[in-house]
Design a protein around this ligand. Structure first.
Ligand code: SF4
Length: 306
């Protein structure tokens, strides 16, 4: 696939995209003898994906939802009202993961690089993380290099324990392959994945369908309006993303209001998360150290004496 191909497909009409998404899932189901389960988060994207599957492909396709313990109450209520959903749970909770591996801050990619630079025994890997590989990729961005010396860890491991592993376990147990509602436009990693395998992947370790890859956020809302589709009311409070409530990936981006929203609307949950610790440092102190704008920040400088 190419960038131009993605742009071209993203310019299709909603009807073309619905046909395409249904076709992608049908093709995938044909290849895996119908053994699929929709990965369902209760958010708008997977709600649309599940509707397309059940409305246009096969109304009996099951869904699977992972209750990470980090979900908005409105999401849990909405999922409970959805038919034929199996709820799975991770083996570790978010508090244990943070204690052991570090806070999910900056981005999946950068937190992984920082964790590796800090803890790897390989001089070669550490050098790549600090200076980049031959073509300059794979290094920690200059602005985050100070986190190598931070008195706490940041890590990308949380997604693996809270999401990836529980879904893998479910797949192993049931033999059902996942249909996932992610879009290439959401992040660089997702775009790169799409470039590599397109909307269906049959690679040995990643047999999965991604029927919404070429969709945009506008398409999702247009679909919801077109079919008058019920969705979780959390979006009507102004929140843009419904993933894990306390995830810090992207919270440094200017204008991000997730922690303000949480403090205003779910103060008990906010306080609970802010007290979680890694190496004796609380989430609140880690955010402060990173200079992130959040409700309890002092003045976005390194105010905390470590
Ligand atoms: S989205 Fe964030 S908080 Fe949730 S599992 Fe992934 S890294 Fe952890």
């Amino acid at each position: 696939m190419t960038y131009d191909e993605l742009k071209y497909r993203q310019s299709w009409t909603l009807e073309q995209k619905i046909d395409h998404a249904a076709g992608v899932v049908s093709f995938f189901m044909g290849k895996v003898n119908g053994k699929v389960a929709a990965s369902y988060s209760g958010g708008k994207d997977s709600t649309v994906m599940l509707d397309i599957i059940r409305r246009f492909v096969d109304k009996n396709v099951p869904a699977v939802f992972c209750n990470t313990g980090n979900e908005f109450p409105e999401i849990l209520q909405f999922v409970r009202r959805t038919d034929n959903v199996t709820v799975i749970r991770p083996e570790m909770n978010i508090q244990q993961i943070i204690e052991k591996y570090g806070f999910p801050l900056i981005s999946k990619e950068q937190s992984q690089y920082i964790r590796q630079a800090k803890h790897t025994n390989s001089g070669k890997l550490r050098n790549i993380r600090l200076n980049g590989s031959i073509n300059g990729i794979g290094k920690i961005a200059e602005r985050w290099k100070f986190l190598i010396q931070a008195p706490f860890d940041v890590s990308e491991k949380c997604c693996s324990f809270l999401k990836k592993k529980p879904f893998e376990k479910f797949q192993k147990k049931t033999g059902l392959y996942p249909v996932i509602g992610t879009m290439a436009s959401e992040s660089r990693l997702r775009f790169q994945k799409w470039l590599k395998h397109g909307c269906n992947s049959f690679e040995t370790n990643m047999v999965a369908s991604y029927p919404l890859s070429i969709w945009t956020e506008d398409d999702i809302w247009t679909y919801i309006r077109k079919f008058n589709l019920p969705y979780t009311p959390i979006y009507d409070t102004g929140i843009k993303r419904t993933g894990c409530m306390m995830c810090g990936f992207g919270c440094h981006i200017k204008g991000d209001r997730r922690f303000y929203f949480l403090k205003e609307n779910k103060p008990k949950i906010y306080n609970h998360f802010m007290q979680m610790q890694n190496s004796g440092i609380s989430y609140k102190e880690a955010l402060q150290y990173c200079g992130i704008d959040f409700p309890d920040s002092i003045n976005r400088q390194l105010q905390i004496k470590f």
